[in-house]
Design a protein around this ligand. Sequence first.
Ligand code: PSZ
Length: 488
Amino acid sequence: MEKCKLFQSVINLPYFMSYNAIRNLSSEPNGPKIVTQDIPGPKSVSLKKELSYLQNPATVQLFINYSKSTGNYLYDADDNIFLDVYNQISSMPLGYNHPALLEAVKDPANIEAFVNRPALGVLPPSNFVEKLKASLMSIAPPGLKEIQTMACGSCSNENAFKAACFWYKYKERGGKAPTDEDLNSCMINSSPGSPALSILSFHGGFHGRTFGALATTHSKPIHKLDVPSFDWPIAYFPKYRYPLEDFERENAAEDSKSLSHVAELIDQYKKKSPVAGLIVEPIQAEGGDNHASDNYFRNLRKLCLDKGVAFICDEVQTGGGPTGKFWAHEYWGLEIPPDIVTFSKKMLTGGYFYRDEFRPREGYRVFNTWLGDPSKMVLLQAVIKVVKEQNLLKNMETTGNHLLKEMKNIEKKHSGKLFNVRGRGTFAAMDFQTPEARDKAVKALHKRGIHCGGSGSKTLRIRTALIFESKHADIFLNQLDKTLTEDF
Ligand code: PSZ
């Protein structure tokens, strides 16, 4: 009680809102509860059958009761309650039905944003600048002062690639206007108007599934099969051995191997299709939670500057706070920020921040009907307020430290079953011996009321909401330990 009073006076909470209420923890159950014999339960199975008449439901795991779901807990159609450590593929900043978001939706001042979806490029609402400043610009990565909103992660990357190509050709033309030949040839996809330029990406990277983004995605064949693609360079990404402190020399060698490959590819492609931009995730997420050192990324950034290549940092999955900073690349301590930082997921709207050199000179070069959605900015503004008031970045750091320490203890206890515990904040992962063992662990944890997911071939990943605390981590850790003891 004392703690609550003190807390309320510090951040001026309305008297009726406790610490638990504003983190949306007061409505949470005490823990997971599984009531059906199998997961999925009978209601989910029958709904999946109905869906199968309308589309291929192969990927659907469970049907969810979103009105009951609350905080870190997901309620399925059969009333099973799961602790959610996966959060809609890492895209829920404040868990389910957070009161601050419910309030924002109910606020009469915000209703227009939910009812009218404008073509933002031509008829933005009169409060657009104010809303951009209050939401996205209030958490812009250091050094980046311009913003483009978009609908999703893939289209953010697509347009970032275009911005890199515009930038590259603008420099090459020395600021001169395009020629008639440029304008005519681009209409038939030919050079010089449609130039042979490329975007360099990394093995194991994931940047989306639309055509351009897919050309830079290299995590699983099922994403790419049967889709025509570009001949763009794909570089080696470091593969670390764990624990990091025992393999410093080997891991530094991995950094050098990757950096030399990037430099080599940029030089090699100079003749056939010069590299306009390079895209990289701060932690390769879909590819299996592959980390690289802060020093590696500092050198990669330098290399891009030396070679005149745009450095695009894909923070679609790492951005928005789970690592303990709003942007994972803030850990690198760059002297010159990334040229472009793309986002979506926990940011609720897609888009990218960019250095002013990357502002297209003409209108209609980066454009589509909606260019995002102002209602998402209303929600994001409410999210950011809670993150700041509640110090949720610090919460990710504290909870993440606890989670990682205990995951490492479990790794020791179950050596031979669990490997390579790693993470930053609560953006954490561990490997199993085989893909089958990983899949078995994900299923066994579902049965124990933990909703988690896989990445890469044999990795289990944790993607919590920002309101996930050590007490939630303990529930997960306890079930992980039990699974490894009883199910393996
Ligand atoms: O299978 C899929 O399509 C998935 S599963 C997880 C994602 C996509 N993540 C999306 C993502 C991402 O993690 C990174 C680092 N960059 C871009 C994207 C694409 O975002 P969306 O899905 O919004 O197009």
